[in-house]
Design a binder for this molecule. Structure first.
Ligand code: NAP
Length: 281
């Protein structure tokens, strides 16, 4: 068997839907591609990525826990990935160095605006979480015209660090998790925590949800079910999980590598029909 030209690196990674998504995109556009899932621990990641490149690897997706660790391995980083401080897409350049991009933010905004047909502009947003995905979401939502963002994280220092990195004190605020009941309401609430993966309940007050609010969980399948059930019980106007974001960020990576953007709707419909068989990414 030949060495793969494309891969997703993570730990664990066997559950990743990325190989299936990229295979479906390739089939759709008549591009034969060999896309593997490579399990690399933090200790082995740099060496495995180096070996992948030397064996002819052209592009890679990077997932937990390597999205920040990959930054120093890139000779070139997109402006958005630099601002977010995380890379999820690597492209091998002609002189054999890696360029790093981050397509998570574009994936989120495309899913909300294009697939679900919702306008983000002038919304007052609340982000729960301040990890890598929350960082990409925060920058992308602000770029997309959200009026204000409040960031709340279990570990408040990480929320403060994200707000500092954004550097827009008039638009971005941080609050303590214990104050959630006193924050008023929001017409955009993004769950960017990984609590759902551990089946941990976030204990959120219904009063956070403004009429017609969009509640969005970056995770999907079973991991998103508790947050989405809360949003529906709180009478949110819209409650969506992150399956569409996952597929849109993959399409962005695919377009970077192959110069053609796939149609994501058929892949979305297929995977949506299979959930919640897949717990989450
Ligand atoms: P991460 O960097 O590990 O961050 C995890 C975040 O969750 C942190 O803010 C953490 O708070 C918080 N958290 C964990 N358990 C919690 C609990 N019980 N209560 C409150 N907060 C809790 O992970 P990530 O990469 O940002 O991923 C976050 C989520 O986004 C995951 O569900 C992941 O699957 C999803 N995601 C989806 C896509 C997509 O394409 N759909 C892409 C990327 C990520 P502390 O700082 O206090 O630990």
């Amino acid at each position: 068997m030949s060495d793969p030209k494309f891969a997703v690196f993570g730990h664990p990674v066997s559950h990743s839907l990325s190989p299936r998504i990229h295979a479906a995109f390739g089939k759709q556009l008549g591009i034969a591609l060999d896309y593997a899932a490579i399990d690399a621990t933090p200790e082995t990641f740099a060496a495995r990525l180096d070996a992948f490149g030397k064996a002819g690897g052209s592009g890679a997706n990077i997932t937990l826990p390597h999205k920040q660790a990959v930054l120093p391995l890139c000779a070139e980083i997109s402006d958005f990935a630099h601002r977010v401080g995380a890379v999820n897409t690597l492209t091998r350049r002609l002189d054999n160095h890696w360029r790093g991009d981050n397509t998570d933010g574009t994936g989120l905004v495309r899913d909300i605006t294009r697939r679900h047909g919702l306008d983000l502009r002038e919304r007052h947003g609340l982000i729960l979480g301040a990890g890598g995905a929350a960082r990409a979401a925060a920058f992308a939502l602000l770029d997309a015209g959200v009026a204000e963002l409040t960031i709340v994280n279990r570990t408040p220092e990480r929320a403060d660090a994200l707000a500092d990195a954004i550097g827009e004190p008039d638009r971005v605020h941080t609050r303590y998790w214990d104050d959630l009941a006193n924050l008023g309401n929001f017409d955009l609430i993004v769950n960017a925590t990984s609590a759902g993966h551990a089946r941990e309940s976030l204990q959120l007050p219904f009063a956070l949800v403004a009429p017609r609010a969009l509640c969005y969980d970056l995770s999907y399948g079973l991991a998103a079910s508790a947050f989405l059930a809360w949003a529906r019980a709180a009478k949110a106007g819209f409650a969506h999980d992150g399956l569409g974001m996952l597929i849109e960020q993959a399409a962005e990576s695919f377009a970077i590598w192959h110069g053609k953007r796939p149609d994501t709707d058929a892949v979305y419909a297929q995977l949506r029909g299979e959930l919640p068989l897949h717990a989450s990414d």
